[in-house]
Design a protein around this ligand. Sequence first.
Ligand SMILES: C[S@@+](CC[C@H](N)C(=O)[O-])C[C@H]1O[C@@H](n2cnc3c(N)ncnc32)[C@H](O)[C@@H]1O
Length: 282
Amino acid sequence: MSGRGRTTSAAGGATAPQGFTEGAVTYDEAVRHNIAGSDRLVMSLPDGDHRRVLDVGCGTGWTSAAMVRRFPVEEIVGVDASEGMLERFAAKLGSEFPDVRVELRHEDVMAMGVPDGGFDAVLCAMALHWFPDTPGAVARMARALRPGGVMGVLTAGRGGEDAWRELLERVGAPADWTGWFAANQRDVDEIAADLRAAGLEPLDVWMERRRRHTDPDAFMARTRAVAAHLLGNPPGGFSELDRRIERALHDAAGPDGFAYDYCKLYAIARRPGTGLGRGDAA
Ligand SMILES: C[S@@+](CC[C@H](N)C(=O)[O-])C[C@H]1O[C@@H](n2cnc3c(N)ncnc32)[C@H](O)[C@@H]1O
């Protein structure tokens, strides 16, 4: 049996998801280095019965695909507010998700129409920092877990991308972009507090800092894929802000490219309880 998909439309026009729809065609190629993050998140989950999976901010499906590679997953519900990203996910269903029931839901995280306690594992990779209400989103995702189920979160870590934020400040990027870092990055203690407030037990929370040296054109392509809504590019063209950023990236690049630190924050947590009573082995 091959995987099957369905898109349910209920999302209400948030700007970051619109940006992701604009960048969806180039997303897999421009942010390919992030696939390793999804793999690391999934490989860090405790062993167990993870047959029913909820992937929130699922994008083009990397984390769901990593789950299928590691566990005998039977059902995946992918939720994303970007129709363009879901279309890219849907295109992979036959090849990367054989023997898995896949439902793709076009919804905002806070309006997910998924059952409380309905999932063995809830995953959220590189998406939490785009959600407007981080603690609220963690609480909403936690409700979907069965007792004993696990949550895996990969998000932007505090202290990363200072060089990038400073470049944006130099070129006069708007405050809703330059202020994004302080408002949306999380440290280990902060995400652990969000998880506890949602009724979960943190099991493993850690941060990784990388120094990346990147070709300025590749960095610009990545920016257009993940932050199109902030660049304000017209269809088929480039805004003045896009051009200023591109020039500044080239100016800032040394012989080894544009250097910046990136912090990835990983968190694994469990909903207390055993989850027994639905036919599982004791
Ligand atoms: C950087 S992508 C990550 C996608 C995928 N999880 C991955 O690891 O490649 C962030 C995703 O979060 C989605 N997103 C942003 N805000 C959202 C919201 N409020 N509700 C649901 N999804 C949202 C975007 O549309 C985008 O697909």
